[in-house]
Design a protein around this ligand. Sequence first.
Ligand SMILES: [Mg+2]
Length: 240
Amino acid sequence: MPSTFQPIRRTHGQTLLIDADDTLWENNIYFERAIASFISYLDHQIHTPAEVREHLNRCEHATISAHGYGLRSFRRSLVNCFEQLVGAPVTDEQHQRIHSFADSIAHHEIELLPRVAETLAELTTRHRLILVTKGDPAEQTGKLQRSGLAPHFTAVEVLPEKHNEAYLSLSAHHRCDAAHTWMIGNSPRSDINPALSAGLHAVFIPHSFTWILEHETVKPAPSGQHLLELLAFADLLHHF
Ligand SMILES: [Mg+2]
């Protein structure tokens, strides 16, 4: 990790690809709260809460592989997890209750992380900003609209998955010059490692409550590419 990196103000004209969930605004904490409510509702007599959580992670993995990211997948994972651990079909009443945990997430106000709005407002005067997120397109663009941050971005990409090929095709589509393009985000698995392997630079801004399915060891930057690790989004202004 480049802990001795000396901040310098870079010149104009970089392309900054910026993640949304848990980089610009809170997201995973709402899921964590919904999961905690689900686990206490399930109140399993044999499995511990940690075991229920592990099973839910497996259900989420399977649902996402088949149906992609988003609240509909999350709702489906909760129902599958409940059914599998209880060993009986879910009743209508239980269905409603389980859906209410997922629905609580949809109705949250957008809670921006510290100094995000002013940082983007300044970055957009010097650089091209592209929002790069994954998930359900309607959910993600809805959050962007409600956040009030949309005017800072010249383009928005909601991808089904953020892997190496996705970054390569996005870079080609937006004519990004890899030497001047940076992916900025909180997820080693979706933001940092695949962007580095696609030849881009990366800025890792860890969030204390990053979703467990996004955990991965951050790989070192290949030679000729840069990887920065920052404590806060506003620290981008020391570098860009
Ligand atoms: Mg994120």
